[in-house]
Structures are given as C-alpha cells and as structure tokens.
Design a protein around this ligand. Structure first.
Ligand code: SF4
Length: 211
C-alpha cells in the first residue's frame, strides 16, 4: 500500500516558509463554529484570514442558520476583525446532483461530491478576489477523510493558478480533542450529524432506536 501523505506536516512546512511580517491572505472555508476553533488558532499567526460559510448541504434550514450563528458568535468573541462571507442558503439546488447517490454512510462517494461542490465554489471565489491561499477546516472532523479533501484541493489547484491550496489535516496532533475543550469552555452548540438530509435522517433513526 502506498504511504499516506501527512497533510499536517505539509501544512507545517508551508507555515515555516511564511514571513509573518507580510502575512498572505487566506480564504478559509468553515462548516461550523466548532470545526473552526482549532484551525483558526493554528493559522491566525500566519495569515490574514477571511472566512467563508457556504454550506447549503445542511438540512433543515434552521440547522443551517444555527451553525452559522454559532460560527458568527465565536468569531465575534475571539476574532471580531475577521470578515465572514456568507453565501445564500439553497439546499434544493445544492442537493440536485447529490440525491442520486442515495443514503450512503458518511465517507463515501456522495461525500466526495459534496466536498468538491463546496470547495470548487470557495476556490473560485478565492481566486476571483485575489486571495493568496484557500483552504478548509473540515479535516478536523474524525469522520472526514483528509486524503479525499486534500486530493480534491490538489485537483482544483490545476485550474486555479493564482491561489494556492492550503494542505492540512487539523485532526492530527489531537486537533479534534483540543477543539472539544474549546467547545466545552465556550459552551458552543455542537451538531450531532454532518449536514445533509441523509445524515440528518440517519441521526434521527439512531436517536429513535436509543429511545
Ligand atoms: S454526510 Fe456530510 S459530507 Fe457527506 S454528503 Fe452529507 S453533508 Fe455532505
């Protein structure tokens, strides 16, 4: 089996080369407040960060706004100068080409298509606005495959010449566990399912079996 890449090591190497007296700009995709905590802490010393919330995968609509509010509140508390770019919620359009995959468990082809959709939109935006780097916080999740996410970023890099993909795997070095401490400290809302209607329904089924 081929050796897996250590994406967090690649991130460290990138950070080592940055001259912090001239911080490059980074557009950072965030799926929610909890997943944003540790990546922001790690990256803030090196980049001028703007955050993008484009997550129309989330179902139902109230949940989309609940996660957005949690992210906004955290930014307001910890880094109020950071710009948050919010994309309009449009779950029906977003899900059109994902419904064909049906109810697969998280981590399969549907998820790769879902990552690609959001990362493509974010990368396009980052390049159109002249950001030096584009990346996502999603690799902090224990359920999200860093290989899949970084491979998508690497593929998108080929058609985005002006903005660099920021490789990372934020769950490494106990990133996920560290984020749990912040979530507890800040009393943050931490969702129990990934986002789309399939993950929502699976979560509801698990809950009803426990009752
Ligand atoms: S489980 Fe999460 S990553 Fe997978 S398709 Fe649903 S929202 Fe997207």
């Amino acid at each position: 089996m081929a050796n897996r890449k250590n994406y967090q090591k690649i991130l460290r190497n990138t950070l080592d080369l940055i001259d912090i007296s001239h911080k490059p700009s980074l557009l950072l995709h965030a799926c929610c407040g909890p997943c944003f905590t540790i990546p922001f802490k790690e990256l803030a010393p090196f980049f001028k960060i703007s955050v993008m919330y484009n997550n129309s995968n989330i179902y139902p609509e109230e949940e989309y706004y609940r996660r957005l509010k949690e992210l906004k509140d955290y930014i307001g508390d910890v880094c109020p100068k950071v710009t948050l770019i919010e994309e309009p919620y449009d779950n029906a359009t977003y899900m059109k080409d994902l419904l064909k995959y049906g109810n697969m468990a998280e981590g399969h082809e549907r998820c790769r298509a879902c990552f690609k959709k959001r990362l493509t939109a974010g990368f396009d935006y980052a390049e159109s606005k002249g950001f030096d780097y584009y990346g996502t916080v999603m690799t902090i999740s224990r359920y999200k495959n860093a290989e899949d996410i970084n491979q998508i970023g690497e593929d998108l890099q080929k058609s985005h010449q002006k903005t660099k993909w920021l490789y990372a795997d934020f769950k490494k070095d106990n990133g996920y566990e560290k984020s749990l401490l912040i979530i507890k400290e800040q009393d943050m809302y931490f969702q129990e399912y990934c986002g789309c209607i399939f993950s929502y329904q699976n979560h509801q089924n698990r809950k009803s079996k426990k009752q």
